[in-house]
Write a protein that binds this ligand. Sequence first.
Ligand code: FAD
Length: 474
Amino acid sequence: MTETAIDSATLDALAAIVGPGNALTADEDTHPYCIEMRDLFVGRTPLVLRPGSAEEVSQILKLANERGIAIVPQGGNTGLVGAQVPDETGAEIIVSTDRLVAIRSVDPVENTMTVEAGVILETIHAAADEVDRLFPLTLAAQGSCRIGGNISTNAGGTAVLAYGNTRALILGLEVVLPTGEIWNGLRSLHKDNTGYDLKQLFIGGEGTLGIVTAAVLKLFPKPRSQEVALAGLADPAKALELLNVAQAHAGPLLTGFELMPRRGIEFVLKHLPGARDPLEGPHPWYVLVEISSNSDDIPARQLLESLFEEAFEKEIAADAVVAESVAQAEAIWQIRHSLSEMQKPEGGSIKHDVSVPVSKIPAFLEKGMAAADALIPGIRPVPFGHMGDGNIHFNFSQPEGADKAEYLARWDELNAVIHGIVAEFGGSISAEHGIGKLKRKLLPDVKSEIELDLMRRIKAAFDPNGILNPGRVL
Ligand code: FAD
């Protein structure tokens, strides 16, 4: 068991709340909760608690608050800013939601689903599908991330263009406050202007204000037809033109528009077993276009064909393939969803989750790639992402043959260059992954003193003893 300054009586009292089997103490059991997928953050904890109800979460937080014990809420542990991983001191205790997995109700008339915080996103998709509805939040980590984590990070993903980010998909929350009080805000109203909308503080709160234990989600009609295409293009300026054409043809039916560079496609073809290039011949850039329609009169296929007719006429797209089957559509999406993971075998990757105004993406990418190459000659840019939302995952793989550790040591230096350009273009240094521990020190650069002060005051009002996710965000 990890060495800790927390006294054994407190550890025993916390463990007793969740009962035998749900309080993990052996290092081999706690380690998977202490390390995130990129190995960027590795911590230690003497105790992982797996409560089975909001009542148990409440007892844990009440005791922790009385005794000043730091608590780290964790869902699927796919967060990319290190907030869900304990630090190296052994003084932080993890509260995992992996037993809070009940789907409490699904209501296709109200178009709502009430779920506990630990339900995996993919399970929510399947439950919505069973009643012919859609829960649109879609991200590459959907097989592991849990809805409480999605809510706490205000996750974005690939469907924001049509449906908004997680904030737009939540009607109500149940939250346990750091003091142990339970707030039952599980309302399913679409209109409720009765004062401050408190749930918004927990959405994107990164586990610093309370532990979400359940939520009422908004469901949508399931599209009657959905089509996916992959286009090959000369450059991001052409991708921007394609976005304009796609929006003109499909409007809100455009449910995906993802930009990818050739280098990323090559990494996937090289490292993902069974992956094949959907287009003949390489193109410098690619766009995945998805259109979803609820109307039999205007099927998605018709919209896709008309938009590409115009795109070819105007010489915007050099080539395109429309998926002929669900399997082919999934294979195209798999390429997109594998981009980040397939950078791993190529060595170190320095990442930026940034956004700029959509119209500025081509100029931003050009300037960012040139500046990175000037700083680290031979660096391999792999910028990809949700172009329709102006959100680029501006990732850079190490130069071929470089030493991984030496390259990663330049993380802050490259961040400073890219974030400086983001500021010039009026963008954000965290489009969807949050602040966590990774970007905490950068917050004063992008928030005014009054914003920071208001954030500190909110934190102090909810968590006067600072026990929940200390050192994250603020
Ligand atoms: P965790 O990683 O466990 O936790 C994340 C944060 O939420 C932490 O601050 C944690 O303390 C807090 N938290 C977790 N559960 C609770 C709770 N019940 N109550 C209070 N606080 C809680 N993100 C995007 O936005 N868009 C993407 O497209 C996207 N793609 C990704 C692709 C991959 C391959 C990976 C690995 C990650 C991706 N992410 C993306 C990031 C990540 O998947 C999301 O942030 C996700 O929402 C985190 O959910 P989780 O359950 O894994 O949360």
